[in-house]
Design a protein. Structure first.
Length: 63
């Protein structure tokens, strides 16, 4: 019984690792872009408005 519970826990852990978001180097897809959080906005800059290599800025939102 203990062996079965350990096996189920191990399988669940392995499957959860497969669904975790990962950063892919040199990804040009929109899906690779960071998502906004509850206290931050992501501002996407056009190429002619960028001041460096980053195409976005994170801005904190104060309530």
């Amino acid at each position: 019984m203990n062996h079965k519970a350990l096996s189920v826990a191990l399988i669940a852990l392995l499957l959860s690792a497969c669904t975790a978001p990962r950063q892919v180097a040199n990804c040009a897809s929109v899906t690779c872009r960071p998502q906004p959080e509850t206290r931050q906005l992501i501002i996407w800059w056009q190429p002619d408005l960028r001041s460096g290599p980053a195409d976005y800025s994170r801005v904190s939102v104060d309530e």
